[in-house]
Structure formats: C-alpha cells, structure tokens
Design a protein around this ligand. Structure first.
Ligand code: CDP
Ligand code: MG
Length: 135
C-alpha cells in the first residue's frame, strides 16, 4: 500500500464539486486516511509550491491556491501516486482521451480543480506539510 497527498483546489470547492470528487476517489479504490479543510496564507502557498518559484506562473499560482478554502486528503491504495495522477489527468485539461477529473472539471491550466503529489517522496513531504506541523 502507498499513500499520496491530494488537494481539492479552491476553484472546485467554490463550485461545490467536493462531493463528486470524493465519490470518484472512493469509487477508484482509494481509502481516505485523513482529510482537512483550510485556507492557505500566501506565505504557506509560496512554500508549498516552492519548487515552481522560477516559473513565470508562480506568483499567479500562489495567489490562486491561497484565494479560498481547499481540501487536503491523504489517499491510500496500491500505486496511489500513479493511480491518483491517472485519475486527475494531465495538468492542462485536454479535450480528448480519458474522462479524467481535470478534463471534467478544470476551468483552465491553473484552475485545474485537483492536485496530486508527483512521487512517493514528494507525497510524504506534502502529507507532512498539511498534517504534520506545517500548516
Ligand atoms: O499539478 P501538476 O503536478 O499536474 O502540475 P505542475 O507542473 O506541478 O504545476 C503545479 C500547478 O501549477 C498546476 O496544477 C497548475 O495549477 C499550475 N500551473 C499554472 O498555473 N500554469 C502552468 N503553465 C502550469 C501549471
Ligand atoms: Mg506537480
């Protein structure tokens, strides 16, 4: 069994998509081991997305992710990191291919409704950020 960190991002919370996204999580054999809702400060958001600090979209991303309530979840299943990323779909919500969560719900490449850790190591760091002493 593996764990990953998922976020239901502010654009999805604002549009009341939390329930449908959690349904998809449960229907895809993930166990929810922890869940909390919070709004990140700008500083916390900047820290969470630190790896992107050189990117042109960084400032705007930090503003967006701290713009409203989000849900952070610890998901567990076999190959959780890879399986959750598969269910989310690519960063940019594409119009073709499998009907992923981002394809269904994303507004654009930034407001793409869900987050998932990219590796098992990142997942543990992100879990610690939300459920350890981080925030
Ligand atoms: O979230 P994911 O791992 O798929 O993508 P990322 O490359 O790690 O980027 C993190 C987040 O930055 C994305 O989910 C988008 O919300 C945002 N982003 C953006 O605003 N503009 C881009 N050109 C790329 C990503
Ligand atoms: Mg990423």
């Amino acid at each position: 069994m593996e764990r990953t960190l998922a976020i239901i991002k502010p654009d999805a919370v604002q549009r009341q998509l939390v329930g449908v996204i959690i349904s998809e999580i449960e229907m895809n054999q993930f166990a929810i081991r922890a869940i909390r809702t919070l709004r990140l400060t700008r500083d916390q958001a900047a820290l969470f997305y630190q790896q992107h600090c050189e990117k042109p979209f960084y400032e705007s991303l930090v503003g967006y992710i701290s713009s409203g309530q989000l849900y952070a979840l610890v998901l567990e299943r076999e190959s959780a990191v890879e399986e959750w990323r598969k269910l989310m779909g690519p960063t940019n919500p594409v119009k073709t291919g499998p009907l992923t969560l981002r394809r269904r719900f994303a507004l654009d490449i930034q407001r793409n409704s869900v987050h998932g850790a990219d590796t098992a190591t990142t997942a543990e760091r992100e879990i610690d950020f939300f459920f350890g002493e981080g925030v």
